[in-house]
Design a protein around this ligand. Structure first.
Ligand code: V47
Length: 374
């Protein structure tokens, strides 16, 4: 078994943390602060790599996923968002159900496994539209799993129903219609002083956590995101991770933690801060710290759309066990200046993973293994 010596630690402050990691003990917020402060990022990555190996061995997971944003109409006004449009604004789209079927037909392929849906909070679409969308996709494309709507959108749905439905009722009806899993968006940063500044009118941190707790209780697995690289501090990131860890202890059901690097173009926050992408080292360290803090999460996802395929490949040696997938037609990050392609081929993804010395595994939305690449 690996010992502290194998981790080749330069910074003595990391040694007590390494002991905890090796013994499988839980890290504190203070430990997390040390991991963010040290110059010895390589040792942090090695610790995270060790935990990744214990969890999933050499496997690195991906999925054939189609992104669907049925509308970019949104009244919430988050300052980091370049995707949102008002109803009559230039660049707006708003799909009728027939447009949705046409869109999926256009992007459909035999290996497509998951349709991942996130969009804006539309002020006038009725609740029945969303149920018809999920049941329509489920019936039209048997074998394709619908992973839909962030907790922020679930919260919005409760506000458009009359009489007003609860989170449990909304989620139960969506599950009945065919919903299989939920994406992790809308979490942003839970710390109130940051949330007020970047996502004032969005679901509260408590609301977001309550939606996910309810989903897990109903047997709907979910992911969790964290939007970083803007005005938050390391303590805010750690507070966010610890709140997720606590929820996972109480009501397990998270598959994957997905840090989202702030994309700094075409949005009010970018105008305020300047077009300043996160740095590679911050992305890598943040993923490694996530793996170490979130000891009860099966997967840490490197989202190549936001941090580039090249860096994502490197993070496979820093705690990452999932690289999302081929993705088609990503719109949210690209509306805010993402420099990556909007999708990738399977052979490119497989090559990235194999070159990193890992075994690519194509999975479904529930992390069932569909193909293991020798
Ligand atoms: O909720 C919006 C974020 C999210 C920006 O669950 C931005 O596997 C960075 O939910 N810079 C939607 N992020 C995307 C999402 C997601 C993505 C990948 C994987 C999974 C998963 C979920 O995108 C939003 C918001 O938090 N976002 N604008 C921006 N400028």
């Amino acid at each position: 078994m690996a010992g502290v010596r194998d981790l080749l630690i330069d910074d003595p402050k990391l040694e007590p943390i390494a002991d905890k990691v090796l013994e499988g003990r839980r890290l504190t917020l203070e430990d997390g602060m040390t991991l963010f402060a040290t110059r010895d990022v390589a040792a942090v990555a090695r610790m995270a790599d060790l935990v990744r190996e214990r969890r999933v061995g050499d496997k690195a997971y991906f999925v054939h996923s189609l992104r669907l944003s049925q509308t970019n109409v949104c009244y919430v006004g988050c300052t980091f968002c370049g995707f949102q449009r008002k109803l009559d604004e230039e660049g707006v789209w708003d799909m009728e159900l027939d447009d949705v079927w046409e869109y999926v037909d256009r992007h459909h392929h035999p290996d497509l496994t998951e349709i991942h849906i996130t969009a804006g909070h539309h002020p006038t679409r009725p609740w029945s539209y969303y149920l018809d969308l999920v049941s329509g996709l489920t019936q039209r494309y048997p074998g394709i799993q619908v992973k839909a709507w962030t907790a922020a959108e679930i919260h919005h749905f409760t506000r458009i129903t009359r009489p007003r439905l609860s989170y449990r009722e909304v989620l139960s009806e969506l599950k009945e219609a065919g919903l299989v899993a939920m994406p992790g968006g809308g979490a942003e940063i839970f710390a109130e002083h940051v949330r007020r500044r970047i996502a004032r009118a969005k679901v509260s941190a408590e609301g977001w956590l309550e939606v996910h707790r309810t989903a897990h209780e109903l047997g709907i697995p979910t992911n969790a995101t964290m939007l970083y690289g803007h005005v938050e501090s390391h303590a805010d990131r750690l507070d966010h991770m610890i709140r997720l860890r606590e929820l996972q202890d109480e009501a397990p059901g998270f598959y994957s933690f997905v840090p989202l690097a702030f994309q700094p173009d075409n949005n009010p926050l970018a105008i305020e801060l300047g077009t300043r992408f996160t740095t590679g080292l911050d992305d890598l360290r943040n993923l490694a710290v996530s793996r170490l803090m979130l000891d009860n999460f099966p997967h840490i996802k490197g989202y190549w759309i936001m941090i580039t395929p090249e860096l994502t490949q490197v993070t496979l040696s820093a705690g990452v066990s999932d690289i999302d997938g081929t993705i088609k037609d990503e719109r949210i990050a690209h509306a805010s200046g993402a420099v990556t392609e909007q999708g990738m081929t399977e052979s490119e993804l497989v090559r990235l993973v194999q070159d990193a010395g890992r075994v690519p595994v194509r999975r479904d939305a529930l992390y069932r293994e569909l193909k293991v690449y020798a």
